[in-house]
Design a protein around this ligand. Structure first.
Ligand SMILES: Cc1cc2nc3c(=O)[nH]c(=O)nc-3n(C[C@H](O)[C@H](O)[C@H](O)COP(=O)(O)OP(=O)(O)OC[C@H]3O[C@@H](n4cnc5c(N)ncnc54)[C@H](O)[C@@H]3O)c2cc1C
Length: 318
């Protein structure tokens, strides 16, 4: 067996990639098939994912649109449908800032494609991100909508906006390499998008995984303690049972013996304001110590990177 410490990585390098490359980069974590990424692989990966209904992968990239409407009534019709997965703010009279994931915009069009403002946004997205919209829009595309102007806001522009608006619209992805108990707690944060390494697909008894199971070192026990010896023995026994079951059954069946200590990877993607909520709950005193072990250093990193949003956030990290 392999024992590793928990870790986190802010996936800022993905912010510089095209949307398909970003989404493939995140999506392949589920199958641990990152080795299959090539310069051309993203479009086919995305088409397959959408076809199979693994739609949460399309949540891993957001776009912020500045939408200028001639009349307030055009925007009012969007508010009236109470769009759930859009973040909307008013930048100026009749100027909206709308942020959503590729999935959010896709499903908005599928549910409310009759609205002028939705048609205008989808028309813009179809032009720039055809891969995500061609299958749900008319063959000849969507003609531009009189009275609505749409343009994309770049990340650098988002950071120039007032702190509260930046916090709501700037989304950040973090990869956590932690145990399954910690990921189970993380996925309770409903406004986030998640992708997780799948124990149904990953077969740890193969060469790719070193023919063994990887566990996260528990922070509760010193390595020379009696408790650590008990833990080690339990993991060795579990691994042996898992590998034995794999001889005659599938990973999804064999995984039923795997414990909380099993290493897993999870991408958490949400706005800076949601991250602040997570840090308030998960880096402070009442939280699970294994969660605090990763959340405290992560919070400090966020504070350094986004001082405008996090400068005032003073948490008790003792
Ligand atoms: C110390 C600690 C102990 C815990 N113990 C347990 C436990 O014993 N058992 C257990 O089951 N869970 C437990 N939890 C999980 C906890 O109950 C929450 O599910 C989790 O922390 C998610 O946080 P949240 O509900 O504040 O908001 P999130 O899901 O992160 O949502 C963010 C915000 O969105 C809003 N929101 C999202 N969805 C809704 C909704 N459906 N209705 C209204 N508002 C919504 C709220 O304003 C919320 O603050 C614990 C959490 C902590 C930090």
């Amino acid at each position: 067996m392999i024992v590793v410490p928990p870790s986190t990585e802010i996936l800022s390098h993905l912010d510089e990639q095209s949307i398909p490359v970003r989404i493939e980069g995140c999506g392949r974590l589920c199958y641990k098939s990152e080795d299959k990424i090539t310069a051309e692989s993203a479009p086919d990966f995305i088409k397959t994912i959408l076809k199979h209904g693994h739609n949460s992968v399309a949540e891993m990239a957001v776009v912020s649109l500045e939408v200028m409407v001639e009349k307030e009534s055009i925007a009012a019709k969007l508010y009236a449908v109470l769009p759930k997965y859009l973040t909307i703010d008013t930048l100026d009279k009749n100027v909206l800032l709308i942020t959503a994931s590729m999935r959010g915009f896709r499903e908005l069009y599928m549910d409310h494609g009759n609205l002028k403002i939705v048609k205008a946004m989808t028309g813009y997205l179809l032009q720039h991100h055809r891969l995500f919209f061609a299958d749900i829009t008319p063959e000849r595309g969507i003609v531009s909508q009189a009275g609505v102007m749409v343009r994309k806001l770049y990340l650098s522009e988002l950071l120039e906006l007032p702190p509260f608006i930046t916090a709501r619209h700037r989304f950040v992805a973090v990869k956590l390499t932690v145990n399954r108990a910690v990921t189970h707690e993380m996925v309770r944060h409903r406004p986030c998008s998640f992708l997780q390494e799948s124990q149904r697909y990953c077969r740890y008894g193969t060469e790719k995984f070193g023919n063994q199971v990887t566990f996260i070192k528990p922070m509760f026990y010193a390595e020379d303690s009696a408790e650590y010896k008990i833990w080690t023995k339990a993991m060795e026994d579990t691994e042996a049972l898992y590998l034995k079951l794999l001889e005659t059954s599938s990973p999804q069946a064999a995984r039923t013996v795997l414990p909380n200590s099993c290493k897993t990877e999870l991408i958490v993607f949400c706005s800076l304001i949601q991250w602040a909520h997570i840090f308030k709950l998960r880096a402070t005193k009442g939280a699970d110590p294994s969660m605090r072990e990763v959340m405290i250093p992560l919070f400090k990193e966020f504070r350094e990177r986004y001082p405008k949003v996090y400068g005032e956030l003073d948490l008790d990290l003792t």
